[in-house]
Design a binder for this molecule. Sequence first.
Ligand SMILES: [Zn+2]
Length: 137
Amino acid sequence: MAGGLITIAQFRDLPEAGLAKSRLESAGITCFLDNEFTIGANWLYSNALGGVKLNVPEENAEEAKAILEETTESMASEASEESEEHLEDSACPVCGATEIETKNYTRKFAALTLLISLPLLLFWKRYGCKSCGHRWK
Ligand SMILES: [Zn+2]
């Protein structure tokens, strides 16, 4: 009965991983995030570490995956509601393009801080270059 932990999902960003974790936990599934604290301490390392892995007990894997699929869909629609402002006065530090998008995770962070009690910054804005895909804070 007692199986090991298996990784059912991998996230590049801690907010997404935390949301998925909270969804699973609210459904009664115990889960663990790998790299959580390392990435929380320094976001720049998240890519180097391969993101945040979401692990669940083997016996809950199928159920957890089903929940995550719903989560992904709802997160996708939520993401489309997020404001994307064009910053005239910003340029990509890599390629110099001014086609910049911003994502404001303030709302997600506020929820996450409550849900997983991590000392996260409450205000976090991320920039992404539409030209080369480079992302930075
Ligand atoms: Zn760029």
